[in-house]
Write a new protein. Structure first.
Length: 200
């Protein structure tokens, strides 16, 4: 398993999505080009999977969206909806947004973490992204989903996206939990990912 670092993709000027793609490509250079890979994306990272998949030399045998946003069926995907941008703009200071966990009320954030130490770790690793990161549109190359795709739902508000994934003909699994359930139940999450990866 590889977890490429994306901490610096929000630096500089837009567009930012090519940096995400390059970070994944560069990380996978350590693997033989013939090695098949399964892409797993959580949350908003799901929007980048089509561009990543289309740019890889490695054979992609599966893509798994974990409590994730879905790319548009055709055409470029906006990273944030107009309503979300309206919510974010007042938070930006000199064009930079606070950390993701600072966007929400404490009552919404606290239940996502299993313990204070884990919360400190996750919060400390969060980048402060520019507002323009959320104003970008990410291309959706034709034919990117020419391999098995699946969806792992933790819970609301991603129910509708899981339903859309099912409409697309993807396999959908449900592991009840909050949006960061992978840090609360890593073993259960890994087991679901293994099962989805094995389904063809």
């Amino acid at each position: 398993m590889r977890v490429p670092s994306l901490l610096h993709v929000g630096a500089g000027d837009p567009p930012f999505w090519p940096r995400v793609v390059s970070a994944i490509r560069n990380d996978l250079e350590r693997l033989p080009v013939t090695s098949p890979v399964i892409l797993v994306a959580h949350s908003n990272a799901g929007l980048f999977l089509p561009a990543i998949r289309s740019a890889l030399d490695h054979p992609v045998t599966g893509s798994i969206f974990v409590d994730a946003a879905l790319p548009a069926r055709t055409g470029p995907t906006p990273v944030a909806s107009p309503a979300m941008l309206e919510f974010l703009r007042p938070m930006a200071v000199n064009g930079v947004l606070p950390r993701w966990t600072d966007w929400w009320d404490e009552a919404d954030v606290a239940p996502m973490f299993s313990d204070p130490e884990m919360r400190r770790t996750v919060v400390g690793e969060q980048p402060m992204l520019p507002l323009s990161y959320y104003e970008q549109r990410i291309p959706v190359p034709d034919g990117w989903d020419d391999h098995p795709c699946s969806y792992l739902l933790f819970g609301p508000p991603y129910d509708d996206l899981a339903a859309e994934a099912r409409e697309r003909g993807w396999r959908v699994a449900h592991l009840p939990g909050a949006h960061l359930h992978q840090i609360v139940d890593p073993a259960g999450t890994a087991q679901h990912l293994i099962e989805l990866a094995a389904s063809r």
